[in-house]
Design a protein around this ligand. Structure first.
Ligand SMILES: [Ca+2]
Ligand SMILES: [Ca+2]
Ligand SMILES: [Ca+2]
Length: 267
């Protein structure tokens, strides 16, 4: 699958021309994600295309809930595939650190990588039973100590660096991923919000604009996640990962990687 970004670039060019012509003032935030087209629009997303708001969210929920579910133990081998370093097939890329580390160093000791729930599993207390706690779309390899530093903090801007941070920051109540994965994190969180709507005995996960959500089934901060989605559009690694999850494991897609503009269409 190769998503066409033609419309995005056209929109950027038009916006730039308007600024140069003095017709508008430059926006203080990143250009909102423009409409994209993908090869899945006439098939997988057929019932969602053209909708917005709760109608779009509801259609996407139905589409992406048709999913094969993995066990928690199956995630180890899946992550070695989905998050493989494109330049070294022996390694995976660690989400927050940006470090390439040997696949063989999977485990729980210092220097290992383990299974990070980007939607912290305590936010809704869904644990690691087959379900949201094993959903490959939001589970990524992370350095064991960095995973612990992130803990169950909500996402927001600000904080200080730490060992193996790779540019990520944290303070007492929030975590800011490095710039290269800010959009990835936003799209993972919002995927979870659409996929889990209170069915199957799982909580209804939703974003809000707070930090310190604790064990409530919420994750913040939505305004920041929306900005990160605009600032860091999907790249080849993220799109490839979405395809591997779809083709080889869960057979469902993260709609916000295919259509980042659907973030603003819903929220
Ligand atoms: Ca904070
Ligand atoms: Ca990215
Ligand atoms: Ca939800």
């Amino acid at each position: 699958m190769s998503a066409s970004r033609t419309h995005r670039w056209k929109a950027v060019a038009l916006a730039t021309a308007a600024v140069l012509a003095g017709l508008t003032t430059p926006a203080l935030t990143a250009t909102p994600a423009a409409a994209t087209t993908t090869s899945y629009d006439s098939t997988y997303y057929k019932n969602a295309v053209g909708k917005s708001g709760t109608a779009l969210k509801s259609s996407l929920h139905t589409i992406i809930s048709n999913q094969t579910k993995l066990s928690y133990s199956a995630l180890w081998n899946a992550l070695k595939n989905t998050d493989q370093d494109p330049d070294n097939s022996n390694n995976v890329i660690l989400l927050y650190s940006g470090v390439s580390r040997s696949k063989s160093l999977s485990g729980g000791s210092v220097g290992d990588w383990n299974r990070e729930h980007v939607w912290a599993k305590s936010h809704g207390d869904f644990g690691t039973s087959t379900g949201p706690g094993t959903d490959l779309h939001h589970i990524r390899p992370a350095d064991v100590q960095v995973n612990s530093i992130r803990g169950n903090k909500d996402f927001d801007n600000g904080g200080s660096s730490f060992t193996n941070s790779g540019g990520s920051l944290t303070d007492s109540d929030s975590f800011e991923p490095r710039d290269e994965v800010k959009g990835d994190v936003a799209r993972m969180i919002l995927y979870m919000a659409v996929r889990y709507e209170g069915g199957d005995g799982w909580p209804d996960l939703e974003p809000n604009d707070w930090v310190s959500n604790g064990s409530d089934p919420y994750m913040g901060r939505l305004s920041v996640l929306k900005q990160w989605n605009d600032e860091d559009p999907p790249d080849a690694f993220e799109e490839h990962r979405n395809q591997v999850v779809y083709d080889s494991y869960q057979h469902n897609r993260n709609p916000f990687i295919d259509h980042p503009e659907w973030v603003d269409a819903i929220w």
